[in-house]
Structure formats: structure tokens, C-alpha cells
Design a protein around this ligand. Structure first.
Ligand SMILES: C=C(O[C@@H]1C=C(C(=O)O)C=C[C@H]1O)C(=O)O
Length: 367
């Protein structure tokens, strides 16, 4: 028995020695990589006035490669997540990115910002989508992160409407699986819950669950999930629906996990900025088009995409701000505006539209 134990101890020591030596190799290689990134920064600076340190297309390629060559046993997503953080730290040496997101802290949008830029970016929570647009336009931050559509609840109109008056470009997208939890504070009496706070979108995503388990409890829509969590902190008869980050931030206890009605519930976020992003090899383009309200207008608009073999991923309609029953279409499709078939389709759409704006070509979300 004790013979076994000492054999086991020996084996553990051996393995830990090996891990220590691998760790020192990893540390050396990460430092070597960071020094390369610093040299890249020098080259970029010597190239011109308007230096773009952050290169979304290059980052997407690095992440995709990390997934493709992953030998296991880690999953591709875990491997890419590790590289995401290494790149984030390397980029921060060149120029720490400032990123604004729809806050407050603890929202899913913050989670999306961290997922996209890693933890070395400096992030700033703002109270409204308009403010995120404004802050990026003013140059106070480099990029903004805003939600644009949820797989259960549909489009975030506010984000689309901002593009009608803004000149910002879409530089990237992030998709996040959204898990909603019911949470309470230390003072909440589980059997006396009379009120559940959450953002309207989250209440809608959990509607059936609430109908079954809390049919008579008042559902109170507040400005964000994080705000819902904050309120619950001091209320003995209330609960909140929010995500992991909000529970952690406000020290709440999760009573029921993953209560969203649809297991594949996910939200897509956009990265907004001022930069036109070159092709990464797997890109999407977003387009805003106004059409006269004539018969067959939408059909005319869609024909060029079909003729050039372009895959549409989303079509949304919003009333134009000029009013009088004119419409603006938001169209997302696969491909980069620099590729020949996309450029040809855009020329043809431009010819039949009363107005057209390419909101951006950007790498398809990797993680
Ligand atoms: C190093 C570069 O700059 C940044 C850092 C990157 C990295 O660490 O791999 C990749 C792209 C840029 O955001 C580069 O452009 O290659």
C-alpha cells in the first residue's frame, strides 16, 4: 500500500517537473511573440501617419489557424480562447485598445467585448447604444460593442437605427450563447418572491419558463440585466434574471440555471469603428439600402445577389427616418466588398436603390 503511495508520489513529482519545464518554454515563447508584436508596431509606425495597430482580419486568421492546427485534447474553442488572450496582451504592448460597450458592467455586451478583444483591452461601460456610437464617433474610444440581434427575440432596432445617421463602420461581429439564470440575494426569501426584474429581452427569452414556474409573479422590465441584479441585492421578495457575470458582480446566488426557453439562445453583437477592414478569407458584408416604395422593389434589390451567387444571411426592414412609408433594408451577406462578385452585385444594387451605404466588410465571427 505505502509502496503504491510512494510510486504515485514519484510519478506526480516527475509530471510536475515536466509541466514546470514546459511552462518555462511557453513563457519564453510568449515573450518572443510579444517582442515580435513590438517590432510589428515599429514597422507600422514607420509606414505612415494613420497607424492601425489593431488588425481584425489578421486576428481572425490567427484564431482560425489556432483552431485548425489544434492537436487536442483541448477543444478548438479553448485553444482559440487562449490565443485570444495572448494576442490581446501583445496588442496592448503596441497600443492598448479603448473599447466602449453597452453597460453597465456585468451585461452580456461586456461579455461579448471581452470575448472579442480579450482582457487587455480597456473597456468602458456606457448607458445607451446611442452613447456608444457617439463615443466612437468622437474618437474617445477606438471601438464600440453593441447588440444587434437575438436568435429568440429578433433584431435590436436601436442599433440598426443608429446606422441611418452615423458614418461608423462595422469592423467585426461576435456571437455569444446566452444563458439566463434566476438569481436571488442572501436576504431573499425563496418562497415569497413577488417580483422578477430583468431586461425586456431576457424576460421574453424566458417567457415559457416563467409562465410555468412563476405564473403569478410580477415581471418588471429594467434597463439592463445588470441593473436587475443590482436591485435584487437589497430586496427580500425579489429575484432577477441575468447572466453569470451579473451574478458574480453583485454576489447573487443562482437559484435556477439556464432558464432560457430555447437551448440555442444566442445574441450577435457588432464591433463598430472607423476603419475599413481588408479581407480575412472568410468575411461578411453589411449593407443599408433605401428603396422607393414601388411594386417589386424588394425583388429588384435581391436579384443581383442571387445572380452573383451571394449567400444572404439576414434581411431586416426598418421605416426610414424621412417617414412617409419609405423603408430601409439592412442586408447581411457572405463575402467581402473587395471580391469581384460582391463588387458587381453592389454596383447593380446601387443602380436600383435610392440610397445605398456599405456598413462594412468584416471577418465572420471566429469564436
Ligand atoms: C502583431 C500585429 O498587431 C496586432 C496584434 C496581433 C497579434 O498579436 O497576433 C495581430 C494583429 C494586430 O491586432 C500584426 O498586425 O501582425
Amino acid at each position: 500500500m505505502s509502496e503504491d503511495k510512494s510510486q504515485q508520489d514519484e510519478r506526480l513529482l516527475e509530471l510536475r517537473d515536466r509541466i514546470d519545464s514546459i511552462d518555462s518554454d511557453i513563457a519564453r515563447l510568449i515573450s518572443e511573440r510579444a517582442n515580435c508584436a513590438l517590432e510589428v508596431a515599429e514597422v507600422k509606425k514607420s509606414n505612415g501617419e494613420d497607424v492601425l495597430f489593431y488588425r481584425p482580419e489578421r486576428e481572425a486568421q490567427v484564431l482560425r489557424r489556432a483552431m485548425q492546427r489544434n492537436p487536442g485534447p483541448l477543444t478548438n474553442e479553448e485553444m482559440a480562447r487562449l490565443f485570444r488572450e495572448i494576442m490581446s496582451a501583445c496588442l496592448a504592448l503596441e497600443d492598448p485598445l479603448k473599447v466602449a460597450y453597452l453597460g453597465p458592467e456585468g451585461t452580456f455586451t461586456q461579455q461579448a467585448a471581452l470575448k472579442h478583444f480579450g482582457h487587455s483591452a480597456v473597456s468602458k461601460p456606457l448607458a445607451a447604444i446611442d452613447e456608444v456610437f457617439r463615443e466612437v464617433e468622437a474618437g474617445a474610444v477606438n471601438y464600440g460593442v453593441v447588440p444587434v440581434e437575438n436568435s429568440t427575440e429578433g433584431v435590436v432596432n436601436h442599433t440598426l437605427d443608429n446606422f441611418m445617421t452615423s458614418n461608423l463602420k462595422i469592423c467585426g461581429e461576435v456571437e455569444l450563447r446566452i444563458h439566463q439564470h434566476l438569481m436571488i440575494s442572501d436576504v431573499t426569501r425563496k418562497d415569497s418572491i413577488t417580483r422578477i426584474y430583468s431586461h425586456a429581452q431576457s424576460l421574453a427569452q424566458c417567457r415559457k419558463w416563467l409562465d410555468s414556474y412563476y405564473p403569478n409573479v410580477e415581471r418588471v422590465a429594467v434597463a439592463s440585466n445588470a441593473e436587475a441584479a443590482r436591485r435584487v441585492k437589497g430586496e427580500w421578495n425579489a429575484a432577477a434574471i441575468a447572466g453569470d457575470m451579473a451574478a458574480e458582480l453583485y454576489g447573487l446566488k443562482i437559484l435556477n440555471e439556464k432558464i432560457e426557453d430555447r437551448p440555442d439562445n444566442s445574441t450577435r453583437f457588432l464591433i463598430i469603428g472607423t476603419q475599413a477592414v481588408p479581407p480575412s478569407g472568410d468575411d461578411k458584408t453589411s449593407l443599408m439600402v433605401s428603396m422607393r416604395n414601388a411594386p417589386g422593389a424588394l425583388h429588384d434589390l435581391l436579384v443581383p445577389f442571387q445572380e452573383h451567387g451571394i449567400d444572404l444571411t439576414r434581411v431586416e426592414t426598418r421605416p426610414a427616418q424621412s417617414g412617409n412609408w419609405t423603408y430601409v433594408f439592412f442586408i447581411d451577406f457572405v463575402g467581402h466588398r473587395d471580391s469581384e462578385n460582391v463588387a458587381a452585385a453592389l454596383r447593380e444594387v446601387g443602380a436600383c436603390a435610392s440610397d445605398m451605404k456599405v456598413l462594412g466588410s468584416y471577418p465572420r465571427g471566429v469564436l
